[in-house]
Write a protein that binds this ligand. Structure first.
Ligand SMILES: NC(=O)c1ccc[n+]([C@@H]2O[C@H](COP(=O)([O-])OP(=O)(O)OC[C@H]3O[C@@H](n4cnc5c(N)ncnc54)[C@H](OP(=O)(O)O)[C@@H]3O)[C@@H](O)[C@H]2O)c1
Length: 440
């Protein structure tokens, strides 16, 4: 293929991210063009409703409602899929790749559901698929894993990957406010979607964890194969209890690999983190990712995990790499399909193999002997108690019992909780949180 003088981009989607790309590409274009030695032009834009009012006005003459036509347009070199969803987005992505184009995507749900098919299609047709904006917004974590840390195997990657949850948890902790009222406030401010389930139940973070696990270990782990727990059962009391124990609470994605047994664990759950650690102090809508490599040690990345500007920054970085590939035959990094991670013998550990310390909050009848009965169930399952805090409950006949354990297996912990919940003196479902003794 001859080197193009002008790189033509098709934007499929002109919502929050699409408008951000348009706006910031205008600012960055001249510098990019002089570095590339070629022009850059947004050639066509696909939207669902061209008459919709937008902060950025749609440029006349470039609009269509046919995203598939943009994907197949022979004049277009780079297709940015910024629509979301997994149906039309998949069709658009595969169509563009089958035409040998470069696709830039911010769509973590699509990659998580159809990544294997997308990368196989790119390989087969000589296209490329770039997805920096799909995980942790403006933080260049994909490039860090793929290029900067290529010498490493990764025993542990963990982080805050959902800004909505981090905002809600931060507000609950700082304002001593219940989950429901903070969620309402987050919706009012536009930090949470009208249907918040994807975020607060942990699925959005699970999609991102799936992508990171694949990049780091070459294995696709679907959210349904992971332990995925959200933040809806956390109360202001949990923050107070955690603080008494020297911890904060964050919703974390945790990806661990035992380098000896090659067992991989990918999970998303609220986690108690030592309050002095950097990640425990990343607040509001910010994301943080800690990556421990066997060669480099631990590296830490913090920044805005979503929003128009941060996401546009990541999309434009992929556009720049795509343009460099087209003009010079190589990107500023290893974008080619043949450099995708190899399977390297990792296998997924069953969730019961998780091993950590636990925080358990029980609401119990305020009677003598309750702690002894709970302790006896724990002992029967070989769970060793590390600390106990008892505080008054919401009414004077109940008390809150908070126990932390020494390191235990998830299987034994689950069995313990089942038996504890059956005790006549325990009211309601126990709340279980995992303790991450990570100090970075
Ligand atoms: N927003 C963020 O902070 C963020 C961060 C990271 C990643 N992402 C990802 O980026 C992608 C886009 O998110 P967004 O927040 O920009 O979404 P959005 O604001 O809802 O925008 C979606 C755009 O796609 C267009 N669209 C939807 N269905 C279409 C169809 N059938 N044909 C043509 N166009 C169609 C919409 O057209 P109309 O405007 O006419 O409705 C709109 O312009 C998603 O995959 C999301 O997960 C978003």
């Amino acid at each position: 293929m001859s080197t193009p003088n002008v790189i033509r981009i098709g934007l499929c989607g002109f919502g929050t991210v699409g408008q951000g790309v348009w706006k910031h590409l205008a600012g960055a274009r001249r510098a990019l063009e002089s570095r590339l030695g070629a022009g850059i032009e947004v050639h066509r834009i696909a939207v669902r409703n061209p008459r919709k009012a937008r902060a950025v006005r749609l440029p006349a003459g470039r609009i269509t409602t046919d995203a598939l036509a943009v994907a197949a347009d022979p004049k277009i070199h780079i297709v940015c899929e910024l629509m979301g969803g997994t149906s039309l987005a998949r069709e658009v992505t595969l169509t563009a790749l089958r035409h040998g184009k470069i696709v830039v995507s911010a769509n973590k749900a699509l990659i998580c559901d159809h990544g294997a098919e997308i990368f196989a299609t790119a390989r087969r047709h000589g296209g490329h698929f770039l997805f920096e904006a799909s995980v942790a917004g403006g933080i260049p974590i994909i490039k860090a894993l793929r290029e900067g840390l290529v010498a490493n195997r990764f025993p542990r990657i963990y982080g805050i990957l959902n800004g909505t949850c981090n905002y809600i948890l931060t507000q609950m902790e700082e304002q001593d406010a219940p989950y429901a009222s903070v969620l309402d406030e987050a919706k009012r401010l536009g930090y949470a979607e009208a249907d918040e389930a994807l975020d607060v139940e942990g699925w959005d973070a699970a999609h991102k964890a799936s992508i990171l696990a694949w990049l780091a270990h070459g294995v696709w782990v679907k959210p349904r194969q992971m332990v995925v727990e959200g933040i809806t059962r956390i109360t202001p009391a949990d923050f107070k209890n955690a603080a008494m124990l020297g911890y904060g609470i964050k919703l974390l994605a945790v990806i661990t690999r035992d380098l000896d047994s090659n067992e991989l664990s990918v999970r998303v759950h609220p986690t108690l983190l030592p309050e002095g650690s950097v990640v425990a102090n990343v607040s509001g809508v910010f994301n943080a990712v800690s990556v421990t490599g066997d060669v480099v040690g631990t590296t830490l990345y913090i920044g805005r995990g979503a929003g128009q500007d941060a996401t546009a920054s990541a999309v434009i970085s992929d556009i720049a790499d795509a343009a460099a590939l087209l003009v010079h035959g190589k990107g500023s990094h290893l974008t080619a399909a043949e450099t995708l991670p190899a399977r390297n013998g990792c296998r997924l550990a069953p969730p019961e193999h998780i091993k950590c310390r636990y925080y358990v909050r029980l609401t119990v009848k305020d009677q003598p002997g309750v702690l002894a009965r709970v302790a006896s169930v724990m002992a029967r399952h070989h769970i060793s108690i590390a600390s106990v805090i008892q505080t008054p409950g919401e009414d004077d006949r109940a008390a809150s019992l908070v126990l932390t354990t020494h390191e235990s297996h998830e299987r034994a912990m689950n069995a313990t909780l089942r038996d504890v919940a059956r005790l006549a003196s325990v009211i309601g479902e126990p709340v279980l949180l995992r303790i991450g003794d990570f100090n970075d």
